[in-house]
Design a protein around this ligand. Sequence first.
Ligand code: ARG
Length: 469
Amino acid sequence: MGFIVFSERFCFMEKMWAGRFAGELDRLANDFNSSIRFDCRMFRQDIRGSISHAEMLAKQGIISGEDAMQIIEGLIGILEDIEKGKLDFDPEAEDIHMFVESVLTKRIGDVGKRLHTARSRNDQVAVDVRLYLRDEVEEICGLVKELIAAVLEQAKSNADVICPGYTHLQRAQPIFFGHHLLCYCMMLIRDIGRLEDGAKRMNVCPLGSCALAGTTYDTDREFTASSLGFDGYTLNSIDGVSDRDFCLEIMSAFSILMMHLSRFSEEIIFWSSWECKFIELDDSYTTGSSIMPQKKNPDMAELVRGKTGRVYGNLMALLTTLKGLPLAYNKDMQEDKEALFDSIDTVKMCLKVFAPMVRTMRTLKDNMYAAAGKGFINATDLADYLVKKGLPFRTAYKLVGQAVAHCIEAGTVLDELSLDVLKGFSPLFEEDVYEEIALKTCVEKRISAGGTGGDSVAAQIAYVEEFLK
Ligand code: ARG
């Protein structure tokens, strides 16, 4: 969405609701009240909703077929002109709904004034936001899928690359780097599930709820709902105009998605640090420093981590806006849009940068392997060795703890201890222990379902591939 350049051509428009008022709205109050600078992005949805409404009015004999035809042609003309840049949004218009209607009336005359029969801006805005969000969620799910594909690609090419697995950011047990990356695929698949679930629940049409109480006209809500691609219509007119749960649900899903991207970012930042150096980000997704010539900074990942805050903030803002609102519509609800739109824009931008950043990152396998070789990452395996020879786990755990303490003292690692030294801790140690605690064995023998072992990694890859089909 580019920036909207407001035209200066328009004069201070007469308000649609001018009849009740003798005086004019204060200029500052007018600007304060107006939402066109941000709701103008819903012009397509607004026009689409109006076309469907006009068709319904004609079908029900509420307006004539002739009038409906003129209205629809007028609306299509407005849509085309906005898209071609021939019609600018008027900053004096109160909102996109008033703008479209006033341009329509200016163009086709009094017939345009029939469009708002059996409708209110309250149900109009509710339908617009749902239509807009539905399209955006679909696009965002596509972007998440692209990210999953990028992560999957990396997981496949690193399926047998050994790296340390961490808990408490302390080296814990060796894993395949592919297994680690596949974890993000699982998280992102759930994100899509949450978005789709929210989109499904949101897909009911509020149009026809009118201001709050429904209408005296013989409308056909089923018709407008199905012509706009909804699964049905809202069953309570007050709910139809008061509900913004759907925004909150999607914004919650966005927040969780951003939390996932932020955790991934944090790891990418850690992995590319000199302290770790497991990966090298491509030049196209890093920046330099203005003073330190050696720097290659993971700015994109840091920004994604940073922007997570504003997506959470938008959710909190809307939750807070809605919390004390009596039924039905209140102008406070106009505050839904900037928060929602900012989250949409932010999430999209983050995903668009993240996927290629992941796709182009290079893994430094030797560094990963070397790091996995330190930190007594095979201590659990050494204990398991003794358990398999008959010791209770707690006893084995304690003996291995003593062996680790000995290594730290002697400046060595478990694999380097001679069999004699090992036998000093337990006579159960034999020559086969070395094979048993070799890094490769440690990873490959974690054959439990969902573990880091090769078969499980292959099964996860197949699952993610199937999901992406
Ligand atoms: N711009 C308004 C909004 O975004 C549209 C609905 C206005 N309704 C009203 N009764 N003033 O919420």
